[in-house]
Design a protein. Structure first.
Lengths: 136, 134
């Protein structure tokens, strides 16, 4: 039996704009079906919690999913736990795809959900890559 | 102190309570009190972003926390900010035992109801804090 190594995904869940909602919902989609064996952590716990979250990201590959170029999730992991091998910058993906961010940060429409699914696929690709690297 | 009240939810991602706090915050700053309340990214505060830290220090903040770990309140305090009010989703849940939210990604009916109730509570607190300021 091939047991895949554990991988963490941390969303910035930024409240400033709808890009944070995209990062959050795409991360949830990973847990709920795209790659259900994945673990997620709350980003604010890196600073406010005990050392568990930091230790997890030190022990297991953890992928930051950031809504914007400020890349808070990536910076938090690197500040508290060490370097990240891969990351997801949703704003950069949207620029590459020529797509507009959702109009609302609270309610996502049909087109926004399609965008979330595309972002989730990008996260899944990185999870697969990281797990492949761990196996190698 | 700046005039607008800063509402910062924890946006916890593991259980529905973080989503309820986040959703209620957006209802307040986008719909109920757009002229008197605003929000900012908690993640920016976590990484020590200077501008966000300054904003938190210069504002009266309402922390909205989904679980007993109270990440929003703690991070505001760590940044040197003033938690003028601390609103806990769990308190609201205790007062509305008939409502049992289950979905995290997109709120179900009970989650939406709790979010609406929470938003009203936050909005009332915004009004109260502004009244004290005058």
């Amino acid at each position: 039996m091939n047991i895949k190594p554990k991988v963490g995904v941390i969303s910035c869940s930024g409240e400033c704009c709808s890009l944070g909602t995209l990062s959050r919902v795409a991360t949830r989609m990973i847990l709920e079906g795209v790659r259900p064996g994945t673990v997620t952590l709350c980003l604010p716990l890196f600073l406010a919690g005990d050392s568990g979250e930091r230790e997890f990201a030190q022990r297991f590959p953890t992928i930051p999913v950031d809504g914007c170029h400020k890349q808070c999730a990536k910076k938090a992991i690197e500040k508290y736990s060490g370097p990240t091998a891969v990351d997801v910058d949703v704003e950069a993906l949207l620029e590459m795809w020529g797509a507009e961010p959702p109009a609302s940060r609270r309610v996502l429409g049909e087109d926004d959900i399609k965008l979330v699914e595309r972002v989730a696929m990008e996260i899944a690709k990185r999870i697969d890559w990281v797990q492949g690297e761990q196996d190698a | 102190m700046t005039e607008k009240i800063l509402v910062i939810p924890c946006s916890g991602i593991g259980k529905p309570f973080g989503t309820i706090g986040r959703d209620a915050t957006f209802r307040v700053v986008d719909e109920l009190r757009p002229d008197t309340a605003e929000t900012n990214c908690l993640s920016l505060l976590v990484i020590g972003d200077e501008e966000t830290t300054r904003q938190v220090k210069n504002s009266r903040c309402i922390a909205v926390d989904g679980c007993p770990l109270e990440c929003a309140g703690k991070n505001i305090e760590i940044a040197g900010g003033n938690v003028a009010a601390h609103i806990r989703v769990m308190d609201l849940l205790r007062e509305n035992r008939g409502l049992k939210p289950r979905e995290v990604t997109f709120l179900d009916e009970d989650g939406e109801k709790l979010s609406g109730l929470l938003a009203e509570r936050i909005a009332a607190k915004v009004d109260e804090l502004l009244e004290e300021q005058r």
